[in-house]
Structures are given as structure tokens and as C-alpha cells.
Design a protein around this ligand. Structure first.
Ligand code: IVH
Length: 669
């Protein structure tokens, strides 16, 4: 029996390690299939030998659909909030105040992201997760351990060593933007109300009674505060570094700062850079690093004196709705737009805001002439976030969605399972036709210099082009007579068109405006299919074999090529010399010299960039992985390889090669 117990333990350890690599480090060292096989083996063993079951086994992360109310418990330490500020100068004041309170003693500050989710308190005993509790009212909260266990980036058993026998760690449960968008898309399809933001979605999900559904939604968690008797270090930063070693996700944004200038710089940087993060954030948090100094500074009734939150500006304006217009996009989707009494927001005047779709209008319950709140969030287009009902004039009517296309009058259709209404008149509805031309010439598509939105409209209105294929028949003499056109701009367009003939097939495919075929999908299709003849001949079943292509995309592709007009456009573009097959040089020079080899790249290089080395590894059949493990075959080391990586590679006996040796291996100069 011992060998069974050992096997179970090995499997758990391996699966925990892979979970950690995947969910915390974002670098997987194993294929999904191999992972599933290990998981299946463990499930089978646990089922057959229930005496070895453990509630913290990785098999228990899938959740169950048992429903039960949540038990409530008191927090060991009350969960306080943070003092908020909205300006850099108030943060500077906090720094000065802290210096004074510490009687001039030196101190350092840790700057962190303020994650916009819902807070959680986890209790660990002897390295095992024993309880997860929501903030609740700050004094007591709901026990949501089963739901928390479904979040793969949260360690159930701690790795490494040096953790106290018992401690508490706090963090934020978040729903990353990608998962949030997916969830809302799905809810729109099912006619369910949408979540207004990832924070509501995260807290709603955490309180669900069905942990199997929680598991499916893709929550994640970042940790930022450790409490307990025997913490490993005497300062916050080092404790969080330890937490990272034990398996928690601690944001890389966390930085030690010494001076007011560094704090201000940190704010300036993240005010902008946070928009690139995969999760919603609503500010920054600054904490005094030393635990002794924290103790010294203490708490007010509501919040610690040793920390402060700086909130990002989401300036909100209140203004009157003038009317709602309905706009037709290139794919025929009708977007409702709120036209507003102009209002000043974050330095610009806002006159229009998106209302997204019919569901959002209904959810906001927006009426004619309502006073509405407008916000400029991370997105460029401002949005309406609410209605001031108290200012509503009696007997105004709710905004009704149009029934017919505002451009061509065709009866709108609601796509099954989607929130959007579309105009089905694809080939004659003007904004759709012009929209496709504008898309085609855009930077990420054919990138045709000299044709912007205005020029496309002008050429269409003058009857020079009716579709994208007509662009390649344009003559110099037709262009120079256009309004405000001169020789130079005409030449620029013709040169732009000529240059677009070498744009790779994947961008051409994206440029065609086949509904649902976005940039990434186009890439995947082209890499799998190779050329347009094969693509046009494929059945729906064959198409869905392609990674990321579902039934909806497959049907859309088939429908596109079933329309004669589209087939003519494609054949005319082909005659004009556009690329309709994958470029030779991508597949050229491929080899299997590195077949099956896992290679870690570290440091900086002189012959190629890191990205180029990554591409070279893949081109020769190898796999570029993020971190060193015993499965790594080589470390490709450049200048300044990190000492910890070097040590790890040496301790695992992994071969370290330099640029020259690598290039020799693949026979390249
Ligand atoms: S520290 C005693 N750090 O913001 C102080 N909180 O207004 C404990 N939050 O309830 C909190 N990111 O939900 C801290 N890096 C961070 C944070 C953070 C988000 C949330 C947390 C807390 C609220 C305080």
C-alpha cells in the first residue's frame, strides 16, 4: 500500500507545482493534456483508496455544486480599510506626517497596486489552508473556503519553508479583464443581466453557492498583507517576498521607495501603466515597510496610520441626455450612442458616450432627457454609468431601441444568443460598406498610407470605390481631381496600395471583415490552413478543428465565401497581387534540431533579441519556457544572467550554453 500512498503524494506535489507554474508564474512546463492525465490518475487513485483522501488535494479544486448557506465567523484581526487620497500632494503630506510621527527616523515605503476586487482573509495552519473569510462588515465575514479552493493560483498547501505555524494572509480576489469580458459575453447570450465591472463580478462570484460554477469563471487572487505572531521577517516587503516563495501570487508592481520624489515617480508611472495590467485597479497603496515602525504608528478607529491609498481619477460628470442615436458599424451591429449636453471630464469636453447595447439601456433604465453620470474609465470612449433618478421629470419615456436600420431602413435582426441587434443588409447598407473599406486600409490590416477615414468616405461618395477590390483599380488621374487632393497625396495612396501587396496573408484575411474573424483568429487560421483555396473548400467540421475556431466562427466563414460578391472581391484582390497564402519564409528553414528540448532564455544578447531567440527555438522544434526546472534541457545565457537562475541551473545540473553555442546547434551564423 505504501507505493500507492507515495504515488498519490508524488502526483499531488507535481500537480501543485504545475498549478503554481501556470497560475502564478504564467509559465507552464507541461502540456494541458499531460496535466489532465496526471489529474485523472490521481482522481482514480483517490477514488479507489479513499483512506488517502485529503480535502486539500488538487483534485478538490474543481468545486462541487452542493448548496449551503455560508457560515459566519469573527475575524481574528478586524479588516480595516485604508485612508484615501486623490492627489499626489496628499500622498506627499502622508510622507511628511509619517516622518514627523517617527520623530525623524529613516523609513522606507512600499508602493503597491490597489486591486479592484473583493478582499479575502486566508488562515493557514501548518502550511495548510484552513479557512477563507470575506471581509463582511470588517468584524465578521462569510466562510467561503470551498469557493476559494477553486482559485488555482491560491496555494492550498504551502511550498518552501519558514512559514509560521499559524498566520493570516490577506489579498484581493479579482476577475481579470479577459475572464470578465468572456463572462459578460456569455451572460448577454443567455439574456442574463451583465456585470457593471470586474469588482461586482468578483464579489458576486465569490458568494455563489455553486463552487463548480465559481471554478469555471476564472477568478484570480493577489496577496498584499500578512499577519501573525512569528512572521519570517521584520518588514512587509520581505514578508511578501516570502509569501511569493510559499506559492502566493504577489504582484511584481510592489516596489520599495525611499524618497518623496520616488513616490511621486511611482504614481506618475502607474497612473498610466496600470492600463496595461490584466486586472482592474483603482489606485495605489503606500505602506511603511518596517513592522516595528508600523506598530509605532498604529491605527485610527478606521484605518492604519502606516498606510494610505491613492485613488486614480475616474472623474464623473453629471449632464443631461439630449437624445440617443443609433450607429451602424462595419459588421452591421447597431450601437446606441448617448448624445449629451457637453460636460468637462478629465480635461476634455464630452458630448457623446456609448450605451453599448439594448441590455445596458434597459439595465440603466434610462429615459428621455434624464440626468446621467458619465465616466472616462480605462477605455477611450466615455460611458454612462448611471442615472440620477431624483432629477427625472415625470412621465418621460424609457429609451426605446430602434427597430429598423437608421441608415438603410432594413428591419433589424437580433442575433440569437447575443445582446446585439444587426442590420442584415450587408452589401448595400452604406455605413457597413464604408466601414469595411476603412477597416481594410487600417494600420493593423493593410496599412495603406494616405487613406484615412475621411478619404475613404470621400472616395466612396465620389463613386470611385464601392468595395475594397476597387481600391486596386484606382488611377492617378481619378485621385488628383478629388477635393483637397494634390499630386503628392495621390502618389502616396498609390504607393501605399502597391506596398500593401506584400502584407502577409494573415493580415489580409483579417482585413476582409469576415464577421468574428479577428486578428488572432486570422493568424491561427492562416497558420493551420496555409492558403485561401483550402480555406474556401473547408467544411464547418474541418474549420472547428482549428484552434480557437468555434461553430459561430466556422459558420461565419462559410457564409462569407458562399456569397458570390465576396468570392469576386477575393479573386480580384488576388489578381491585384495580394498575399493569399502563408509566406514561404515562415516555414522555410524549419528543422527539428531542437525537437523536444525545453530551453530557458536568460540575460541580454548581441546577435539577436530575446524575441528572435524565442522564435529560433520554436522554428527548430524546441520549446521556450519561462523558468528553470529539472525538465529544462538548456539555459541559453546572455550577459547579466540573474545569479539566482545561474545557481538554480547549476544545482539541477542543467547545461548552460551561450549565444555562439546555440547558433552552432542550429547551424546558423
Ligand atoms: S492593505 C490594513 N493593499 O483596499 C490595511 N489593500 O481600502 C489592509 N486593497 O480592504 C489593506 N489592494 O480590499 C491593501 N495592495 C493593497 C490593496 C488593498 C486592494 C483593498 C482591500 C482593502 C481596501 C482598503
Amino acid at each position: 500500500m505504501d507505493h500507492i500512498k507515495n504515488r498519490i503524494e508524488t502526483l499531488r506535489e507535481e500537480l501543485n507545482r504545475h498549478n503554481y507554474n501556470y497560475y502564478v508564474l504564467n509559465s507552464s512546463q507541461i502540456s494541458d493534456k499531460d496535466f489532465d492525465m496526471l489529474m485523472k490518475e490521481l482522481e482514480l487513485l483517490e477514488r479507489n483508496f479513499p483512506q488517502y483522501d485529503d480535502s486539500l488535494s488538487p483534485t478538490h479544486r474543481v468545486g462541487s455544486d452542493l448548496t449551503k448557506g455560508f457560515e459566519q465567523v469573527a475575524h481574528i484581526h478586524p479588516m480595516l480599510s485604508l485612508g484615501n487620497t486623490y492627489s499626489v500632494s496628499e500622498v506627499d503630506d502622508f510622507m511628511r506626517r509619517t516622518r514627523q510621527q517617527l520623530m525623524g527616523e529613516k523609513f522606507s515605503i512600499v508602493g503597491e497596486m490597489k486591486f479592484d476586487g473583493t478582499s479575502i482573509s486566508l488562515i493557514y495552519e501548518n502550511g495548510r489552508l484552513v479557512r477563507a473569510v470575506t471581509r463582511g462588515d470588517g468584524e465578521k465575514g462569510d466562510v467561503v473556503t470551498d469557493n476559494i479552493k477553486t482559485i488555482r493560483s491560491i496555494p492550498l498547501l504551502l511550498a518552501g519553508e519558514g512559514y509560521p505555524e499559524m498566520f493570516e494572509i490577506r489579498g484581493e480576489i479579482v476577475l481579470p479583464w479577459g475572464a470578465f469580458d468572456r463572462l459578460n459575453e456569455e451572460r448577454a447570450k443567455n439574456g442574463e443581466p451583465l456585470f457593471a465591472n470586474p469588482r461586482n463580478a468578483a464579489s458576486g462570484t465569490l458568494k455563489m453557492q455553486n463552487s463548480a460554477e465559481v471554478a469555471r469563471r476564472g477568478l484570480d487572487a493577489y496577496f498584499y498583507y500578512m499577519l501573525g505572531e512569528n512572521l519570517p521577517c521584520d518588514n512587509h516587503y520581505d514578508n511578501m517576498v516570502k509569501a511569493r516563495e510559499w506559492g502566493f501570487k504577489v504582484s511584481d508592481v510592489m516596489t520599495r521607495l525611499e524618497t518623496i520624489e520616488q513616490v511621486d515617480e511611482f504614481i506618475n508611472h502607474w497612473d498610466e501603466a496600470r492600463k496595461e495590467l490584466p486586472v482592474a485597479t483603482d489606485g495605489l497603496v503606500f505602506k511603511v515597510n518596517s513592522l516595528r515602525q508600523q506598530l509605532n504608528l498604529g491605527f485610527t478607529a478606521k484605518s492604519p496610520r502606516w498606510a494610505i491609498a491613492y485613488k486614480f481619477q475616474t472623474e464623473r460628470g453629471l449632464t443631461q441626455l439630449r437624445y440617443v442615436s443609433f450607429e451602424v458599424g462595419r459588421t452591421g451591429v447597431i450601437t446606441p450612442v448617448a448624445n449629451l449636453e457637453p460636460v468637462q471630464l478629465s480635461g476634455t469636453i464630452v458630448k457623446r458616450a456609448s450605451l453599448h447595447n439594448e441590455d445596458i439601456i434597459r439595465q440603466l433604465d434610462i429615459h428621455d432627457n434624464d440626468m446621467v453620470y458619465v465616466e472616462k474609465g480605462g477605455e477611450i470612449i466615455p460611458k454612462i454609468t448611471g442615472v440620477d433618478i431624483s432629477a427625472r421629470v415625470d412621465e418621460t419615456q424609457p429609451i426605446a431601441f430602434v427597430t429598423h436600420c437608421p441608415a438603410c431602413g432594413t428591419l433589424l435582426q437580433r442575433v440569437e444568443g447575443e445582446a446585439a441587434w444587426i442590420c442584415p443588409n450587408k452589401y448595400a447598407c452604406e455605413p457597413q460598406v464604408i466601414g469595411r473599406i476603412e477597416h481594410f486600409v487600417g494600420r493593423r490590416m493593410m496599412n495603406i498610407d494616405g487613406i484615412g477615414e475621411e478619404t475613404a468616405v470621400l472616395m466612396f461618395n465620389q463613386g470611385l470605390i464601392k468595395n475594397i477590390a476597387d481600391l486596386y483599380d484606382l488611377k492617378h488621374e481619378q485621385l488628383v481631381v478629388l477635393d483637397r487632393f494634390a499630386n503628392r497625396s495621390a502618389n502616396r495612396i498609390l504607393e501605399g496600395l502597391a506596398a500593401s501587396k506584400s502584407v502577409p496573408f494573415e493580415r489580409v484575411l483579417f482585413a476582409l471583415s469576415i464577421p468574428y474573424v479577428g486578428e488572432t483568429t486570422a493568424k491561427k487560421i492562416v497558420r493551420t490552413v496555409g492558403d485561401i483555396d483550402r480555406l474556401m473548400a473547408m467544411t464547418a467540421d474541418e474549420l472547428t478543428e482549428i484552434e480557437d475556431v468555434g461553430v459561430r466562427i466556422a459558420e461565419s466563414i462559410i457564409e462569407y465565401f458562399s456569397v458570390e460578391e465576396n468570392r469576386i472581391i477575393v479573386s480580384r484582390l488576388r489578381e491585384a497581387g495580394l498575399q493569399f497564402a502563408i509566406a514561404e519564409d515562415v516555414s522555410e528553414g524549419r528543422s527539428d534540431k531542437l525537437q523536444g528540448k525545453s530551453i530557458v532564455i536568460s540575460g541580454t544578447f548581441t546577435h539577436h533579441s530575446r524575441d528572435e531567440y524565442k522564435a529560433l527555438i520554436e522554428k527548430h522544434g524546441g520549446k521556450n519556457v519561462g523558468s528553470i526546472s529539472k525538465k529544462t534541457d538548456y539555459v541559453l545565457a546572455g550577459e547579466n544572467m540573474g545569479p539566482s537562475k545561474l545557481e538554480k541551473a547549476n544545482s539541477l545540473g542543467i547545461t548552460i550554453i551561450n549565444e555562439g553555442q546555440f547558433l552552432e546547434m542550429i547551424d546558423e551564423e
